[in-house]
Design a protein around this ligand. Structure first.
Ligand SMILES: NC(=O)c1ccc[n+]([C@@H]2O[C@H](COP(=O)([O-])OP(=O)(O)OC[C@H]3O[C@@H](n4cnc5c(N)ncnc54)[C@H](OP(=O)(O)O)[C@@H]3O)[C@@H](O)[C@H]2O)c1
Length: 345
């Protein structure tokens, strides 16, 4: 029986719980395709799932991996859309730290052959998040003024790249060492460790911004709300960053719901108080479930932008499957600028 390798979270915990195991190659069920994976991204959401904090996590043992690019290896009964050998991408949510994965055919998006598979894989989660927040959760217009938190991170840099294409005026909070990157991508950097970003935005803009992208969460959202102009929107898309203290995640599993009461309270409050400002939540998974058509359209739009040279994935390191634990250590240290990609050779 043919075997394949995948990385398993044996129990919730640190990078040491990641184990490479050998398994029997899975057979695709009706409506599914087996994909031979070429590349998968390593993301902060994977770290949260490994720790058992992320809402999409499941009970161990399970395989991590939010995104992939691969090749159609076998079609299950009833699959007509894809041909063997087609290059495809997917938001897998789990399972792409592996050589193969069974996945519903409807979740696959074609990847143009001209694209580098590692670069394309780098688009499928964080760029999709950024794209949908910008053009689905809110519809930005040229000249809009936006504040992007964690602007030097994966989602932040994707927002800056897309915002640059849309002609936005952009401000971004980041540590000092990421300021060059933020400036190069067209943002005005704000050192959130040295200054209060609320004061700084008021000083720089006088009347505030149209949109804040806030992946920090919890009470941070209340401060983001303060810098909105009339008619402005905070897009709240994460709360886990608020759990990082000195580069380490704090709180463990019990903290996974911590930011939600503040978020819910602020959404309700912004609806009850007619001051023209609001908070909208964004979740890539919820939007995919509600609008699978948008998911496919938006990922295809990103691949078009990539093939036109309008987007540049920022990749810090390419590692093999066996190095998944090392990838998580590097990610948690927070010293890398750019993404870590797992490449299956
Ligand atoms: N809702 C969704 O569908 C969705 C999808 C994707 C990601 N997310 C979430 O989006 C967030 C960002 O993801 P990411 O992968 O791009 O991670 P990230 O930006 O790399 O997040 C960690 C970084 O945030 C920065 N940071 C920490 N506290 C901050 C603060 N108070 N103000 C400004 N920056 C701060 C730090 O960067 P510095 O080095 O600059 O200090 C840190 O290295 C995460 O919470 C993630 O779970 C949500």
């Amino acid at each position: 029986m043919t075997k394949y390798r995948r990385v398993v979270v044996s129990q919730y915990g640190g990078p040491e719980v990641l184990e490479v195991v050998e398994d029997t190659l899975p057979e695709p069920r009706p409506g599914e395709v087996r994909v031979r994976i070429l590349a998968a991204g390593v993301s902060f959401a994977d770290v949260l799932m490994r720790e058992g904090i992320h809402p999409e996590t499941t009970r161990p043992p399970f395989t991590l991996g939010w995104e992939l690019v691969g090749v159609v290896d076998k079609r299950g009964p009833g699959v007509l859309g894809q041909q063997l050998g087609d290059r495809v991408a997917a938001l897998s949510v789990r399972g792409s730290y592996a050589e193969y994965l069974r996945i519903p055919a409807e979740d696959l998006v074609p990847v143009p052959n001209c694209l580098d598979p590692v670069e394309a894989a780098c688009m499928a989660f964080v760029h999709l998040t950024a794209y949908q927040m910008m053009y689905r959760a809110v519809r930005v217009n040229a000249g809009d003024r936006v504040l992007i938190h964690s602007a030097g991170g994966p989602v932040g840099t994707a927002l800056l790249q897309l915002g640059g294409l849309s002609g936005l005026e952009m401000y971004g909070t980041a540590s000092q060492r990421k300021h060059d990157l933020v400036s190069r991508l067209g943002g005005i950097p704000i050192d959130y460790k040295a200054v209060d970003f609320v004061d700084e935005i008021r000083r720089l803009t006088r009347d505030g911004v149209d949109v804040v992208f806030d992946g920090i969460g919890d009470k941070h959202i209340l401060r983001s709300y303060k810098v909105l102009r009339r008619g402005g929107v905070v897009v709240a898309f994460g709360h886990a960053t608020s759990l990082i203290r000195d580069g380490r995640l704090t709180g463990g599993r019990r903290s996974r719901l911590r930011g939600l009461p503040t978020l819910a309270g602020q959404i309700i409050r912004s609806r009850l108080i007619p001051d023209g400002r609001k908070v909208v939540p964004y979740s890539i998974q919820t939007l995919k479930r509600r609008h699978p058509d948008w998911y496919r359209e938006d990922m295809a739009a990103l691949f078009t932008l990539l093939s036109q040279g309008k987007l540049t994935p920022i990749i810090a390191k390419q590692l093999g499957l066996k190095e998944a634990a090392k990838a998580h250590e590097l990610l948690s240290e927070g010293s890398l600028v750019g993404r870590i990609m797992l490449v299956m050779r």
